[in-house]
Design a protein around this ligand. Structure first.
Ligand SMILES: Cc1cc2nc3c(=O)[nH]c(=O)nc-3n(C[C@H](O)[C@H](O)[C@H](O)COP(=O)(O)OP(=O)(O)OC[C@H]3O[C@@H](n4cnc5c(N)ncnc54)[C@H](O)[C@@H]3O)c2cc1C
Length: 447
């Protein structure tokens, strides 16, 4: 029995699903987000990811619209310093956030728009008839309930709704199926930040840092301490399972608080529940080792301590849907802007793989377009996909996966879903010109 009926139902309340929800609800659609955790934001809030990277391509802000509105709202309540020139020159800018502030603001914006959310609820089944999802089953604290919707959005990160609806997917690298390494992030507080900053400024050769930007940045990132890391590995303080060879940490919105992106769990499968469970434990062991290591060896950390590890290990990539179009690395590096572009990004190819990051940057100021065709399937008339599981090659996915980009994609997907629901049309048949115009009218940067 169908318990409830909606215009738009979104599986997954990560940053992409939540922004899709805000856009759909603002367009007047009766919208529901189904999320297995008890908060919105997904990896961005739940895995403690920081900072959002990047809203800019060179000097141009290419991610605007709802995703930027969210940041500006955080700035107003002192939960983000806003966009900062990246002192490491990895990207043009980055945007530190306070995870708890993000959980609050994202849900406030969604509920203010009129959206409904069902937390602690997991999609378990999709029923497809005549190329259409007619109904889904959701496991709640009160058993399984059935929900119907005109349009469904798969924002699950792992393409869970797509797989359950029979959409073909590709997992990991095309040659061997290997996904990017997972990372358990952790947050430390009570860092003596002036001491850390002083050390970095006095030893510029030991860090990837531009001191001019570093000195004026309200919040800083630090990438380095290679020598200390190598010594700790030799001494057995950091175990061999952690394939990284330097420390990478980001100041959050709060003084003295850093998020570390310094663990690495290789050769585990994020869609195999047994492997994923082992990865969680290995990740937590690496976090514990690193807490001891930084307290002993890194200036400013003697009295710091971990306040959280991600409740979930961070998954960078798992499954990609086979969409009407697959975005490739060539599309990005040649800065292609297809006619059906619904979002623009300048983030580089950034593959975390075993020991190194394989980064291919665009020229300064370069950007590429995300085509709508990469968000829809060949088979289903009422499914749109958003977030890190859209149709992209392994290399291309490593670029389009970061939070500002998937936020911008989410806005377009929410708008498109509302239009398809209102007019009772196939999601592949919506008027792309009108969608692009709406995104621009709402403050977006679309070329
Ligand atoms: C370690 C790490 C570091 C990163 N660093 C950065 C960084 O510095 N800057 C940056 O911008 N990006 C970074 N990223 C990338 C970025 O965090 C993610 O790619 C992005 O947050 C993905 O958003 P999403 O909404 O597509 O998916 P997710 O955040 O994965 O959200 C998916 C949501 O769906 C829910 N869900 C899944 N299955 C079900 C189901 N069956 N039923 C109900 N709910 C379900 C999940 O609980 C989750 O909330 C990093 C990622 C990782 C893992």
């Amino acid at each position: 029995m169908i318990e409830r009926k909606y215009d738009v139902v979104i599986i997954g309340g990560g940053i992409s699903g939540a922004i899709a929800g805000i856009a759909a609800a603002r367009s007047g659609a009766k919208t529901l987000i189904i999320e297995e955790m008890g908060f919105l934001g997904g990896a961005l809030t739940g895995s403690g990811v920081n900072p959002m990277m990047t809203f800019h391509a060179g000097d141009v802000q290419v991610i605007r619209g709802i995703t930027d509105e969210l940041v500006q709202n955080l700035v107003k309540i002192n939960k983000s310093p806003g966009h900062i020139k990246d002192p490491g020159n990895f990207t043009a800018t980055y945007t530190p956030i306070d995870s708890e502030g993000m959980k609050y603001e994202l849900e406030k914006m969604y509920r203010d728009a009129g959206g409904t959310v069902l937390f602690h609820s997991q999609l378990v089944k999709s029923i497809v008839d005549d190329n259409k999802i007619t109904e889904i089953q959701v496991l709640t604290r009160n058993g399984v309930i059935n929900i119907n919707s005109s349009v469904f959005i798969d924002a699950s990160g792992d393409a869970v709704l797509s797989v359950m609806s029979g959409v073909p997917t590709q997992q990991g690298r095309e040659s061997d199926g290997k996904t990017q390494d997972m990372t358990m992030t952790f947050k430390m507080v009570d860092v003596d930040e002036p001491m850390l900053r002083k050390y970095v400024v006095e030893h510029p050769d030991e860090f990837w840092v531009d001191n001019d930007k570093f000195n004026v940045a309200k919040r800083v990132s630090v990438a380095g301490f290679k020598r200390e890391w190598a010594q700790a590995k030799q001494d057995g303080e950091i175990s061999k399972s952690n394939g990284r060879d330097y420390l990478l940490m980001f100041g959050t919105a709060n003084e003295g608080e850093f998020v570390f992106n310094s663990t690495r769990i290789s050769d585990h499968d994020p869609t195999d529940p047994w492997s994923l469970s082992d990865a969680e434990y290995i990740g937590r062991c690496q976090c514990h080792e690193l807490e001891l290591f930084v307290r002993r060896h890194i200036p400013g950390f003697a009295n710091a301590h971990i306040v959280m590890t991600g409740p979930n290990i961070g998954v960078r990539s798992s499954r990609q849907i086979e969409g009407a179009y697959q975005i490739t690395a060539a599309d990005l590096l040649q800065q292609r802007i297809p006619d059906d572009t619904i979002a623009i990004s300048g983030y580089p190819i950034d593959i975390h793989d075993e020991t190194a990051s394989n980064v291919t940057k665009l020229p300064y100021g370069g950007y590429y377009g995300i085509p709508y065709r990469a968000l829809v399937t060949k088979q289903l008339s009422n499914l749109i996909v958003t977030g890190r599981c859209i149709s992209a090659s392994f290399e291309a996915q490593s670029a389009i996966r970061t939070t500002p980009t998937v936020g911008a994609i989410g806005e377009a997907v929410g708008d498109a879903a509302a239009v398809a629901a209102k007019n009772n049309i196939d999601v592949k048949d919506i008027n792309i010109k009108q969608l692009r115009k709406k995104l621009i009218d709402d403050g977006g940067f679309i070329r």
